[in-house]
Ligand binder design. Structure first.
Ligand code: SF4
Ligand code: SF4
Length: 459
């Protein structure tokens, strides 16, 4: 294909593509070929009660109680909530200790002292026959397993397993794009746990009513596409209602709306959700956990985390017990002692943490470590006036005007941003700020405006 044709397709979409977006350096070579490796247990595990969206979990253990690996230790605090399970065999030493959270606040946590004899064996499980379960029983089983969105959202998964009232789900989409630079945990899951993923898809198809499923994978991971196609053929033959499609490698391909556009050429209406056009989107890691945990009646006690960046000597995809202190994981991966920056998640949508004194929770996809010398200098970061180059407009996958939104935010004109410039369609992908030659922190300005707009509407 000629370069000019490629540019045309990028601008106007086409099969396997959405319009606009950017191509940041990938840096995936650091970990994409590294098989998932378990890390040992730390001597004391820290389990915040609020490590998912929705109501915090409620402890069902008391101080001094012995627990086995896999045993429930906190129940869901409501329908939009998830329970917690012991990641180790040990003794509960606190049920409400205030611990630092990734957002800088403090929250209550259950603390378990690990017995030296604790092994990776799950000692609390109950095999079930999923074929004999009703849809409601399956949804309940997923909540009981404590499964939340493992792509970073940490939204309790069972809530999405049935079509919202008045809507029909026809297509289940498995999101295997993993478009954030550095991150490779989903890539490894697709290579190493493809069968579990297919099992999870079958269960979600049953409860949601979807008649077909498509797994979308960026075309920089063709080994995963081939591996998944093999697993589909083994599980259900050549004419399966589950397919795997390669989509263009372009950030933010992994955003729900972009992936739906690329796979089905359908658009979620402004302010709408995927179910409005018959779709439900699940991260591939989440699907693999459903497929693994539900048939065995087990709870989620660990997840895969990519630890990478120039500040680690042993980058990899680690199987990390939930509740592992982050400093222990960083030490295991050979992180430098005094990093300039540590980011949870990817560099585009992740957040730099003020302290690493936090625990690894269910929503952490990656930990990126940078030395002082890798950070841009104050001169390189200096904010300059907008030069109306339109680079931000051409990058925005939601066809917003980030330059205008930024200007209005600086002048506190939040209502106008919402009513005239679709403020709430912005999902903070960071493309606009990334391409701005004047270093205007557009995404941050939009985030501030959303907070301000919400606050004013409350007052
Ligand atoms: S952060 Fe918002 S405004 Fe900026 S490119 Fe992404 S969706 Fe568009
Ligand atoms: S990219 Fe930056 S300089 Fe260019 S139009 Fe947008 S805000 Fe202005």
């Amino acid at each position: 294909m000629k370069k000019s044709q490629k540019g045309f397709l990028q601008m106007f979409g086409g099969k396997g593509r959405f319009r606009h977006g950017i191509h940041p350096e990938e840096h995936k070579e650091l970990t994409e070929h590294k098989a998932i490796r378990r890390i040992p247990f730390y001597k004391e595990m820290v389990l915040p009660l609020s490590q998912h969206r929705g109501a915090p979990a409620k402890p069902i253990v008391v101080k001094g109680q012995d627990v086995v690996r896999g045993e429930p230790i906190a129940e869901a605090g409501g329908f939009v909530s998830a329970p917690l399970h012991a990641p180790v065999t040990g003794t509960v030493v606190a049920v409400d200790r205030l611990v630092p959270m990734p957002d800088g606040k403090k929250g209550p946590a259950i603390i378990i002292r690990t017995w030296p004899s604790s092994t990776q064996e799950i000692l609390y499980s109950k095999t079930v026959d999923t074929d004999a379960m009703s849809d409601d029983e399956l949804v309940q089983a997923v909540q009981n397993a404590g499964v939340v969105g493992l792509g970073g959202a940490a939204f309790p998964t069972h809530v999405k397993m049935k079509a919202p009232k008045g809507k029909n789900i026809t297509t289940l989409i498995g999101n295997g794009c993993e478009c954030e630079p550095f991150l490779t945990c989903d890539h490894r899951i697709m290579l190493e746990y493809a069968e579990n993923m297919i099992k999870g898809i079958r269960l979600v198809m049953q409860t949601s009513g979807a008649t077909k499923a498509i797994i979308g994978v960026e075309d920089n991971k063709m080994d995963a596409v081939h591996r998944i196609r093999e697993a589909i053929a083994t599980a259900s033959g050549d004419n399966s209602d589950i397919t795997c499609e390669a989509v263009a490698t372009c950030y933010p391909q992994g955003a729900e709306k972009m992936l739906i556009k690329s796979l089905l050429d359908l658009e979620v209406p402004s302010g709408g959700i995927p179910a409005d056009i018959g779709c439900a989107v699940f991260n591939v890691g989440t699907l693999a956990q459903i497929g693994e945990l539900v048939p065995e009646g087990r709870g989620l006690v660990e997840r895969i985390v990519t630890v990478s960046g120039p500040g680690v000597s042993n980058p990899g995809n680690y199987l990390v017990p939930v509740g592992t202190p982050l400093p222990y994981l960083l030490k295991h991966a050979g992180a430098i002692e005094d990093p300039g920056m540590v980011i949870l998640g990817g560099p585009m949508m992740g957040a730099a943490v003020a302290t690493t004194d936090i625990a690894c929770t269910k929503g952490i996809t990656g930990v990126l470590v940078f030395g002082q010398e890798e950070l841009p200098s104050p001169e390189e970061q200096e904010e300059m006036p907008c030069i109306n180059c339109r680079a931000c407009v051409e990058a925005c996958p939601m066809f917003l005007n980030p330059s205008m939104l930024g200007r209005l935010s600086q002048n506190d004109r939040y209502e106008e941003m919402a009513s005239r410039f679709n403020l709430w369609d912005c999902f903070e992908c960071g493309c606009c700020a990334n391409v701005c030659p004047s270093n205007i922190p557009l995404t941050q300005l939009i985030r501030v405006a959303k907070g301000g707009h919400m606050q004013r509407n409350k007052d």
